[in-house]
Design a protein around this ligand. Structure first.
Ligand SMILES: Nc1ncnc2c1ncn2[C@@H]1O[C@H](COP(=O)(O)OP(=O)(O)OP(=O)(O)O)[C@@H](O)[C@H]1O
Ligand SMILES: [Mg+2]
Length: 260
């Protein structure tokens, strides 16, 4: 069952730098929520708070009504959360298939002590996971690369490997940080179809951070706009794109960038 993600007044600061201020929104079960905003707005930091990589300074993060703020990533994985990273962190000297299998051990029966005994039921589950990983690679157009070493593939394909790794955890809540970055136009179209399929066939809630407004407009049910760590507005993608405050936030950023 797809998860409900609720954020209430999430704050994050590092040594006096306020990164997030009173961020609040809900991603309803089965929704695709877009999280957009200029560079440095705090999107990745917010993902890090949700996935347990950062501990929020204040506020509440709930999955299906249960507080998870400050939980460790492994605990959150057990609650059905998976994510991809803006900068994929792959084991470059391992094969694509081994990379997809990273993290999926949470789905094996028993615990670490039992896995080391190599019981028949562990081996059976490992074989089943391997087959599922291969099927996911096939479904995402990467079956041909399964046995290649990850460093033989482009950055764009690394994003696809990460997506397969996250999906192998069978998440109920999936966070995607800039999945289209570095992809050629034709592959963005494919990604749009993939993300829609996740919602429509795999019963999952998806939060997607993306600068590609074409993708945001094509897949999201709602959009939250962040600027300087605060929620600027929330609405449909069309409402966000025509909102003067949002346009101002992006233009202001461009001017600053040009002056830098
Ligand atoms: N660990 C940290 N220590 C100090 N400052 C941090 C840390 N992590 C993030 N920040 C700061 O938080 C702010 C928001 O950064 P963040 O990466 O979350 O933005 P973003 O919206 O994801 O930007 P982009 O679109 O460029 O990826 C930045 O000013 C960044 O320097
Ligand atoms: Mg980011």
């Amino acid at each position: 069952m797809a998860a409900r993600l609720t954020l209430e007044d999430v704050n994050l600061h590092f040594a006096g730098i306020q990164v997030l201020q009173e961020v609040a929104f809900t991603a309803e079960p089965g929704q695709i929520l877009g999280l957009v905003g200029p560079n440095g707005a705090g999107k990745t930091s917010l993902f890090n708070c949700i996935s347990g990589h950062y501990r929020p300074s204040a506020g509440s993060i709930m999955i299906d009504g249960a507080e998870v703020g400050g939980s460790r990533p492994a605990t959150l994985a057990k609650r059905g959360l998976a994510r991809t990273f803006q900068h994929p962190a792959l084991q470059l000297h391992e094969t694509v298939l081994e990379n997809v299998l990273l993290g999926a051990h949470t789905r094996l029966p028993g615990g670490a002590a039992e896995w080391s005994l190599r019981l028949p039921r562990t081996s059976r589950s490992e074989r089943a996971l391997r087959e599922e990983a291969l099927a996911l690679l096939e479904r995402n157009g990467l079956g041909w690369a399964a046995d290649l070493q990850a460093d033989e593939l482009s950055h764009g394909l690394h994003k696809g490997i990460e997506l397969c790794r996250a999906l192998l955890m069978r998440p109920r809540l999936l966070l995607l940080d800039e999945p289209a970055a570095g992809l050629p136009h034709s592959e963005v179209e494919q990604l749009i179809a993939t993300v829609r399929r996740l919602r429509d066939e795999d019963d999952m809630t998806v939060v997607v951070v993306e600068h590609n407004m074409g993708l945001i407009a094509a897949v999201t049910d709602r959009v939250v706009v962040l600027d300087h760590g605060r929620k600027l507005m929330e609405g449909t993608a069309a409402e966000a794109q025509s909102d003067p405050r949002v346009i101002e936030a992006y233009i202001g950023k461009d001017v600053t960038d040009d002056a830098a």
